[in-house]
Design a protein around this ligand. Sequence first.
Ligand SMILES: C[S@@+](CC[C@H](N)C(=O)[O-])C[C@H]1O[C@@H](n2cnc3c(N)ncnc32)[C@H](O)[C@@H]1O
Length: 219
Amino acid sequence: MEQLTTQNGYWDRVAGEKRFSHPLQLNWLTRHLASRREESRILDYGCGYGRMLAELKLVGYQKIVGIDFSAGMLARCRLQLPGSLLARNDGRTIPLSNESVDAVLLFAVLTCIPDSNEQHSQMAEVYRILRPGGLLYISDLLISDDLRNRERYESFADIYDCYGVFELPEGVVVRHHRREWIDELTRSFVQLEFETFPVTTMNGNVSSGFQYLGRKIQQ
Ligand SMILES: C[S@@+](CC[C@H](N)C(=O)[O-])C[C@H]1O[C@@H](n2cnc3c(N)ncnc32)[C@H](O)[C@@H]1O
């Protein structure tokens, strides 16, 4: 919990200045969501300042909710999107009932959760709140092979006991992922879509992004 709390302070500090850019492919949702837009309940988990809530609203999704553990991000979101349904969480649990949402967006959130056990716990929470057959849409970062990234993965691998976890000079720990790790995290879902793409990070660097869409397997 300690690491999550420290990270939360970072997101509050930068809430007013950062810009996020992982693209939302609305056609993935229309292709795979069984329910109509007006009826689909969608959670944007780690919603930040709400850029995707705005996009969803614009095209007619009405039952959308944003959850984030940063009060600063939620305050910016409220200013930009008055009237949105928002909640602050503790960084660990999702304050929604079992099997209550049709889709969860998890955009650039896994990268903020460096610890493997914590990532597993978050995925269990996402699984719990999704309806049978619900969709999980992840957009995040893969391990890159360029020298700059290799050097930082190597210098922090022993400290965090994980290749791909590193500290940014501005005071936050982030993670880039192996493809096999994403398979492991999503083993309770059937993959429907997968794409890799170059993404501009919040600090203006280009990195290896991926997007995954999966359907919850009922166990
Ligand atoms: C890189 S930003 C991305 C924001 C948004 N998803 C987007 O793509 O525009 C990551 C967001 O996740 C939130 N976050 C990180 N870890 C979280 C956690 N454990 N629980 C809730 N929110 C979290 C941060 O506060 C931040 O707003």
